[in-house]
Design a protein around this ligand. Structure first.
Ligand SMILES: Nc1ncnc2c1ncn2[C@@H]1O[C@H](COP(=O)(O)OP(=O)(O)OP(=O)(O)O)[C@@H](O)[C@H]1O
Ligand SMILES: [Mg+2]
Length: 929
């Protein structure tokens, strides 16, 4: 075992070093020369033929995380379970005592539970892999000098990627153009190598300048990179095992594991006790061994792994019908526990169709000057195409600039992109909230060619402006020809009064629900190969705003209402302005409709949070960061967080999680990825950026909050059905052990033959296998449930002995009514059969009694699969004494007819007792399952 493990390790070490060596070879040569290392590749991309032959050679580029596990791995996981080892060991002990039949029954149990688990899992994993396939992963790349989009799967080594912020590297790649790229959570700058590395060059896979690993993403910047390795040849694939290990177990997984350990310990204690008592009283030590083995098997919850995995798989398939794709099955469990849903605003709460609905000056007058400048900025930038940029470009391409023209500006030119050359840009990021493009105008005077056009969030743009465009001045305003207008003319100093007026205009528009982008420019030197940085975004001239209409989804308010009925609080975390966020929140019913004073929020930014203040801005939050208590309090109380940075979105999620709640985060942008990653359940949408999708556990193929409510409901059903099984299994085991102890101490014969005990256990296993398909009473689904070990323990201790009462009644019946008091009596087999039937029937009824706190069959009915299996198994239990071969094999007697009358009475009395116990239990502990 150890040897094979070492072997395995050295194989994976070898694989890793092959992968590393290849990357090192590329990392040390200058970017230009790197194309010589990959056959057929060139800076213009592969030709279609070269790509096809590379695809034949390297195959589909599927991420390890998306591959269905191999059947052999699933089989191994199902077989190599501690329960199987225990059952097999016990089976071997019993065959050593010459008991072949016991051995056979036990091995049937092992095979049944392992087989069912394997079958369920392989079926659902292959379904899951299919579902994951429906999530799109588009990658932009060059092929034969043409920029195209392809699915990630079709990428091959040698491909030249065209990257921008938010993109995920489809394979291990080498940066080849000069734009800077940054890596993952802790951004690292990557740049192409210009000269050959020195001979002492040491390649470090996790710390280098020019290699970007598959699965990492571009935080900011844009550029080109050449793919070196794909699929199973990537570094990510070589460490896949460690990746899987590093994922911590969730509360439910830990709980299930704990329950298993507790039951195993219980078994290790009880089996020897039963053995000693049985042996001492009967003096048949060999019989006592076999009997105590059967008791030990009875305590082992061998169906638990199968129930847990079936439950999850079943739910994953059910939510997929609503177009919700779960990347890892255990995310379903977390979904059920969620009590706070944090959401980004655009596209999830609002319809995903942002339209430009205003182009105005800072003082509220219509003008198409802001739109014309913004169009150049949006059309020429090469970063992530945000909804805002798409809206601007679409409007201009469809309607030109006429929509916002004023009468005296009828002669304005259409901005034709051919007359403009983009020289450089500073891409948008959600912390700076600006996007600048440096352009060169072919027709302008030589010293007037360069223009830096910046657009971004209002306050941020205003902060970088020192002048404002003066529309009221006498000369043509706004300028007729952008390509040649004089950038110095018609501007005046930006006074604090102007600033106040501009902010007031912005707040007014925001309050109407308009999302705003401010536009500014300055004249700048623009020569080829120049670069611009954020430091150039100073001394700008303020031009005006573009207003965007981003209406709420018609069903969003209903969905939020539904979520709140499920005990899930919805909070908004947005980078947008407080006024827009407040409007959206009010329209959705997240904030009360009475307006919250916005002055101190938007303008004064005083760090204060009180009861009525349910909203906070990023800068207020930042101001609180020195005061941990106030900071936590704000996170606890605020429902709307406006103008928050990506890191603050993360902080809020972290803070909420620390207070013990399970948090889901729904978002689609680069700025949401950190928070998505941190949340208990990260949710993204299929149209979201690659980085957000990569970080998410759940992907919505259709943007819709309603389906999240459905997912949460499914998660709770999964949770309840698992808990149901655990509570049933533990309490009935506990009851049985208790009965066996009483019987061993009292009866001079075994209360049931070991083989019968095992057979009954097998029947019980089968009837419980249908529990994942059971209904759950709606009352259990209205609030998030957390794993509670104490609740399971007290249920077991309280409910377990109820069945023992009737087991003991059966012993009494056997002893006094039928006079079976002697171990050598020929009637012993009848006594054993009586208890077999009574115990089997009570165990089957308990499934119906415990699954609900209502009156079973009348007020709450089990699902068809549960009714069918329990009825079927009950029929078998009753029939066994009369089936010729079976009754002989199991050593059954035939109960007298009168016994069935007693049996019916026992079942009725049992139902009554359970009902009374249930009522007391519920009154005392205020819960049932
Ligand atoms: N492409 C862009 N160009 C210029 N400014 C932008 C751009 N995208 C966003 N902004 C500005 O930055 C602000 C914050 O936007 P960002 O997309 O970072 O926030 P968000 O949290 O994703 O918002 P939402 O909740 O609406 O999705 C916007 O309100 C807008 O003023
Ligand atoms: Mg967003």
């Amino acid at each position: 075992m150890v040897a094979t493990k070492r072997n395995e390790e050295s194989i994976s070490d070898k694989r890793e070093s092959v992968i590393r060596d290849k990357l090192a070879r590329f990392a040390r040569v200058p970017a230009e020369a790197s194309f010589d290392l990959e056959p057929c590749s060139s800076p213009l991309g592969l030709t279609e033929e070269a790509a096809q032959s590379a695809f034949k050679k390297h195959g589909s580029n599927i991420f390890v995380t998306e591959r269905a596990p191999k059947a052999i791995a699933l089989l191994y996981a199902a077989v190599a379970h501690p329960f199987n080892f225990i059952l097999t060991a016990l089976a071997i002990v019993s065959i050593a005592t010459g008991d072949k039949a016991t051995f056979v029954v036990m091995m049937v149990m092992v095979l049944a539970s392992t087989g069912l688990r394997f079958w369920q899992e392989s079926k659902s994993f292959s379904q899951a892999a299919k579902l994951l396939n429906s999530v799109t992963h588009r990658v932009r790349l060059l092929r034969a000098n043409k920029e195209i989009e392809l699915d990630r799967k079709e990428i091959v080594p040698g491909d030249v990627l065209v990257l921008t912020s938010g993109d995920v590297f489809p394979g291990d790649s080498l940066t080849v153009t000069q734009a800077s790229l940054t890596g993952e959570l802790m951004p690292v700058e990557k740049k192409p190598r210009l000269v050959l590395a020195s001979p002492e060059f040491q390649f470090d896979i996790l710390d280098n300048d020019n290699i970007c690993l598959a699965g990492t993403s571009v935080a900011t910047g844009s550029g080109h990179a050449m793919v070196i390795s794909t699929g199973s040849k990537t570094y990510m694939a070589s460490i896949a095992k460690d990746l899987a290990k590093s994922r911590p177990l969730n509360a439910m997984q830990l709980g299930v594991r704990k329950v298993s350990y507790i039951l195993l310990t219980f078994m290790l204690v009880m089996a020897p006790i039963v053995f000693i008592i049985q042996g001492a009283i009967s003096k048949d030590w060999k019989g006592a061994i076999v009997f105590s083995i059967a008791v030990a098997v009875g305590i082992t919850p061998e169906m638990l792994p199968m129930i847990v995995s079936s439950n999850l798989a079943l739910s994953a398939v059910r939510v997929a019908r609503k177009k919700v794709i779960v990347k890892r099955f255990d995310a379903i469990q977390n979904l059920g526990a969620v009590s706070v849903l944090c959401s980004d605003k655009t596209g999830t709460l609002t319809v995903d169709h942002v339209r430009v609905s205003a182009s105005i000056t800072g003082f509220g007058d219509q003008s198409n000057f802001p739109l014309r400048l913004a169009y150049l900025n949006s059309a020429l930038q090469t970063g992530t195409r945000s909804l805002i940029d798409c809206a601007i470009v679409d409007l201009v391409q469809e309607e030109g600039f006429s929509k916002f023209s004023t009468e005296d500006s009828s002669g304005e030119d259409d901005v034709t992109l051919e007359e403009w050359d983009k020289v450089a840009e500073v891409p948008f990021d959600s912390t700076r909230r600006l996007l600048s493009v440096l352009v060169s105008r072919s027709r302008a005077a030589p010293d007037e060619k360069g223009l830096l056009i910046t657009k971004g969030a209002v306050e941020e743009v205003l902060d970088h402006c020192t002048r404002v465009y003066d529309y009221s001045s006498s000369s043509s305003s706004p300028p007729a020809k952008l390509v040649e207008f004089n950038t110095q003319a018609n501007t005046k100093l930006l006074t604090s009064d102007d600033q106040r007026q501009i902010l007031e205009t912005a707040t007014r528009l925001n309050e109407d629900g308009l999302r705003l982008v401010a536009v500014a420019y300055k004249s700048a030197v623009a020569m080829s190969y120049m670069t611009v940085t954020r430091d150039d975004e100073t001394d700008l001239v303020f031009v005006g705003f573009l207003g965007f209409l981003d209406p709420l989804k018609p069903d969003a308010a209903d969905a939020i209402d539904r979520l709140s009925k499920l005990g899930v609080q919805v909070r908004i975390l947005t980078g947008d302005s407080p006024a827009v966020a407040a409007k959206v929140a009010r329209d959705l019913g997240i904030l009360p409709s009475t307006s919250i004073s916005l002055e101190h929020l938007a303008i004064q930014m005083e760090p204060q949070v009180d009861e009525t203040n349910l909203m906070i801005t990023g800068s207020q939050l930042a101001a609180l960061s020195d005061n941990q208590a106030a900071f936590n309090d704000a996170i606890e109380k605020c429902l709307v967080f406006a103008k928050v940075s990506p890191r603050q979105k993360l902080q809020v999620v972290k803070g909420l999680r620390k207070s013990g709640r399970a948090v889901a985060f729904l978002g689609d942008g680069v700025n949401d990825a950190l928070a998505i990653h941190e949340a208990d359940v990260g949710i993204s949408v299929d149209s979201g950026t690659a980085i957000a999708k990569e970080a998410a556990d759940v992907i919505l193929l259709e943007k819709n909050l309603e389906v999240i409510a459905h997912g949460i409901l499914q998660g709770r059903i999964t949770f309840m059905n698992t808990i149901k099984y655990i509570k049933m299994a533990t309490s009935s085991n506990f009851g049985n052990v208790f009965s066996v102890l009483v019987a061993s101490a009292w009866l001079p014969y075994q209360p049931m033959r070991p083989l019968q005990l095992l057979f009954q256990n097998l029947l019980y296993d089968f009837s419980q296998a249908s529990i994942p398909w059971d209904n759950v009473d709606p009352e259990y689904l209205v609030a998030p449930k957390a794993w509670n070990a104490w609740s399971i323990a007290r249920f077991m201790i309280f409910m377990g002995p109820t069945s023992s009462v009737f087991d003991i009644c059966t012993f009494i019946l056997n002893w006094f009514r039928y006079g079976i008091q002697d171990g050598n009596s020929p009637d012993v087999s009848r006594a054993q059969t009586n208890w077999f039937i009574e115990s089997a029937m009570t165990q089957l009824f308990i499934i119906h009694f415990l699954r609900t706190d209502k009156i079973p069959f009348f007020q709450s009915r089990a699902s068809f699969p549960v009714v069918a299996t329990t009825t079927f198994v009950g029929g078998i239990a009753m029939a066994v004494p009369y089936v010729p071969v079976l009754n002989h094999a199991l050593g059954m007697g035939t109960p007298v007819r009168e016994f069935y009358g007693f049996l019916a009475a026992i079942v009725v009395a049992y139902a009554l007792l359970v009902h009374i116990a249930k009522t007391i239990y519920r009154r005392t502990f205020k819960e049932w399952l």
